[in-house]
Design a protein around this ligand. Structure first.
Ligand code: ZN
Length: 238
């Protein structure tokens, strides 16, 4: 079983009736519901306003893949929890950063860059092109999929060059964006996936859910470290 924790700051849904109508159980609730359709995934959720943001040592130690959605309250995430998440990723836990998580503390800490980008909230349509069709995250997708309405994110996206770029998005305003970026960090894997603005039903889109499910399987730990050490060792050969 892959143990997944879906983390959401869960503020927009409480502040806006329109957003609550799209995500009555919160964005985390919607994503968790779809992931629970998979027999190989054991899913829990965690939110910002829970003690320790719902990410206690016990939860993190029992999480194979952490999914992160945050936006308006990035600054409220405690640095101590961010450090713990970074440590777990370096030891093998997978992280999937969704949409506005480009500016989250956990993602920027793991990237070492600002995560800045161009943006526009104007109902652009988005065409997500699969540029690495042999990659496990692209499984079951065609050449591209489309989202009728989304927020635009445009280059330059201030991230390190991805180890593998799986998707490029095009928007009707003419912008393009590296919208599916894979990284290795220590023993862990990080996937950034662009779509998912809170006021659109993006997390009910079957292609988007397919990508997230594929990404969970890709990001699950292969070799997990108990602890990061710096051992002094004798030579193997005499
Ligand atoms: Zn957004």
């Amino acid at each position: 079983m892959i143990r997944v924790t879906v983390w959401n700051e869960y503020r927009h849904e409480k502040l806006s009736k329109g957003i609550a109508a799209i995500y009555p159980e919160g964005i985390h609730g919607a994503i968790a519901k779809y992931l629970r359709e998979e027999p190989d995934m054991e899913v829990r959720t965690a939110t910002l306003d829970e003690p320790e943001h719902g990410l206690t040592d016990e939860v993190l130690d029992n999480t194979d893949v952490l999914i992160w959605w945050g936006h308006m309250a990035h600054h409220e995430v405690s640095d101590e929890i961010v450090k713990k998440v970074q440590n777990r990723v370096l030891r093998g836990m997978g992280l999937i950063a969704l949409h506005s998580a480009h500016a989250s503390k956990v993602f920027t800490r793991l990237m070492g860059t600002s995560g800045s980008l161009k943006w526009r909230e104007a109902d652009d349509n988005e065409r997500v092109w699969v540029v690495e069709p042999g990659h496990p995250i692209a499984e079951g997708l065609g050449e591209y999929f489309e989202l009728e309405r989304e927020e635009m994110y445009g280059e330059r996206f201030d991230v390190p060059a991805p180890d593998t770029l799986v998707f490029i998005s095009w928007f009707k305003g003419g912008e393009v964006f590296r919208s599916g970026c894979c990284y290795y960090r220590g023993h862990g894997k990080v996937f950034y996936f662009r779509p998912g603005h809170e006021s659109f039903p993006t997390f009910h889109n079957p292609s988007v859910i397919r990508v997230i499910k594929n990404a969970v399987r890709w990001a699950k730990p292969v070799n997990r470290l108990e602890k990061i050490t710096f051992p002094n060792v004798p030579p193997l050969e005499k």
